[in-house]
Design a protein around this ligand. Structure first.
Ligand code: 16G
Ligand code: ZN
Length: 536
């Protein structure tokens, strides 16, 4: 207790206004970096408890604020399989972080240990990493002090992408078991991806250079490092890395990156967009991916998370059929309310696959995707992955092929199982998956975009007095409160063709968001404005 008390005094919590609390939100604790030092210390305590509760399995902590401005930062906890912290524990995190004094912190810590039947002398292991934000330094120091005070064993992996940290957590916990996820090192991550990429490509050629905008974040140096692992004689992957300046913190996510491209619906102004260049953007911690190109005739065309999702579902669905596994494996797609209605139609009607809609936030999608043998999940913003069940992975390896075509399909599926990050959405891994699929189909980005036409859509942010008044149901597609608001939205939607709209409170900002789609751009804009006025 003494150690915890003393170290806590070095990393104080910044008190909030009366009645306000820090909350473990959709992406952990995320805010201006100067509020986070005490929080990071306390998250160290919590992570050590979580590890002890789970018999000393490694728990991860990632310090990042993803696509948010450079002055922000965040702290989030990763569970042993590399997925997000179990939801029940979010309250414990909130309880520890909001303890008003050092003494009360110790009290809450001990109370949690008693309530959860945690032996504070048992082994505990925590591994952590951070993105390129300068504030990360101070935050990992506070985190390490928390881990030391709690007498946990820990490993500092320094600068990593978020998905790399998730990989390392799973690799650490599966090391030496039959389910080993890969070598426990950053190099192990690159080796695994490079090997699976070569295997999945099977000598096919990639058509044209890919320009990758790295949001001036951690993805830049990590992608460049990864590229060294690809054997040039086996795959031609010509990548031009841009916006990879991690030395000037102020340019992080500034007018570039996946979030910029998706929300602004245009290419980053730098480097100056050239017509026809195959391009994609990562976000600040490299867990989101958006493809696009500037068409000489029609202008900017974007291929977002919904497109990646439908591309993956279509390709993997075909492979499963060719492999003769159609009756054995259930494939499904998971989306949120933000998914473009045209993508949902394409998946259900053309690909004939089930689609489930969940609330926003990776943890929700991930959980539902685990219910399928092959669960494809992407948020429209470009975060997502494809999860394979143990049954699916073993079927790819064990099924006796009845023909060369069947063998080919099984091999490709097995390679995808290794290529696609199974812990969380991973921009580098997803990009390799997209490249593999396009190469197999011999498709350009235009061919990909031709599969269906997106409905014009508009997203607006609405300042509201108290966002907590906005309660939703039906995977955030309908408002329960304020009373009457949903009826008004329904009336507004009825006035437009092929229209859909919803309003929800943001989980990461103090505001509401309104999404609208309709048959034409002007109708989508008009509907969004109308709904915004309803909830204002
Ligand atoms: C977080 C979520 C992201 C979600 C976004 C929504 C994770 C790792 N990240 O960034 O998936 O799309 O929040 O933000 O779950 P909003 O609630 O402010 O709209
Ligand atoms: Zn991110």
């Amino acid at each position: 207790d003494k150690a915890i008390l003393e170290a806590s005094a070095k990393h104080p919590i910044v008190p909030l206004e009366k009645g306000k609390f820090y909350t473990y939100g959709t992406a952990g604790f995320r805010m201006k970096a100067d509020l986070l030092e005490g929080i990071s210390y306390r998250v160290g305590l919590l992570a050590s408890l979580r590890s002890r509760k789970l018999n000393g399995q490694a728990i991860g902590v990632m310090i990042t604020a993803s696509h948010n401005p450079a002055a922000d930062n965040g702290v989030k906890i990763v569970d042993p399989l590399g997925d997000m912290l179990e939801q029940d524990w979010e309250r414990y995190a909130t309880a520890l972080v909001n303890a008003p004094s050092d003494e009360q912190l110790v009290e809450v810590y001990n109370r949690l240990a008693t309530e959860l039947k945690i032996d504070l002398k048992s082994p505990s292991k925590v591994i952590y990493g951070r993105d390129t934000r300068p504030s990360g330094h101070k935050l990992v120091t506070a985190l390490a002090d928390g881990l030391e005070a709690a007498k946990a064993e820990f490993v500092d992996y320094k600068i990593l992408t978020t998905p790399q940290l998730h990989y390392l957590v799973r690799a650490t916990n599966s090391e030496g078991t039959p389910l080993s996820y890969g070598k426990v090192s950053e190099a192990g991550y690159y080796e695994k991806l490079a090997e699976a990429f070569v295997r999945a490509m099977k000598g096919r050629r990639i058509n044209g250079t890919l320009q990758v905008d790295c949001a001036n974040g951690v993805g830049g140096p990590k992608l460049s490092e990864f590229l060294k692992y690809i054997p040039k004689d086996k795959v031609n992957f010509d990548v031009k890395v841009v916006n990879d300046d991690v030395l000037r913190p102020e340019v992080l996510n500034l007018e570039c990156g996946a979030d910029f491209v998706k929300t602004k619906q245009r290419a980053p102004p730098n480097p100056k967009p050239q017509p026809g260049v195959r391009s994609c953007s990562l976000d600040g911690d490299a867990d989101r991916l958006i493809y696009y190109w500037v068409d000489p005739e029609t202008g900017f065309v974007m291929l977002d998370g919904d497109r990646i999702s439908s591309l993956a579902a279509s390709f993997i669905g075909d492979l499963v059929e060719s492999a003769g596994l159609k009756d054995d494996l259930r494939i499904g797609v998971v989306q949120t309310a933000y998914a473009n209605g045209a993508s949902t139609n394409y998946i259900t009607q053309h690909l004939k696959l089930p689609v489930i809609c969940t609330p926003t936030g990776v943890k929700h999608l991930h959980h539902v995707a685990q219910g399928f043998d092959i669960g494809v999940y992407f948020e429209a913003n470009g975060h997502g992955t494809v999860l394979f069940s143990p049954d699916a992975l073993s079927a790819f390896r064990k099924k006796e092929p009845q023909s060369p075509a069947q063998k080919d399909a099984l091999d490709t599926l097995a390679a995808l199982g290794d290529l696609i990050n199974q812990t969380v959405g991973d921009a580098i891994s997803d990009m390799l998956m997209v490249e593999v699929i396009l190469a197999h189909k011999n498709w350009t980005l235009r061919d990909w975009a031709m599969t269906y036409a997106d409905l014009p859509n508009r997203l607006v942010r609405v300042e509201v007095g108290n966002k907590d008044l906005f309660q939703t149901t039906d995977a955030e597609r309908r408002l329960l409160h304020p009373e009457g608001a949903q009826d008004e939205i329904d009336q507004a939607v009825k006035k437009y063709k092929d229209a859909r709209s919803f309003a929800r409170a943001s989980g990461t900002e103090n505001a509401c968001r309104v999404y609208a789609e309709a048959a034409t751009r002007s109708e989508a804009n008009e509907l969004a404005e109308r709904v915004a006025r309803i909830i204002e």
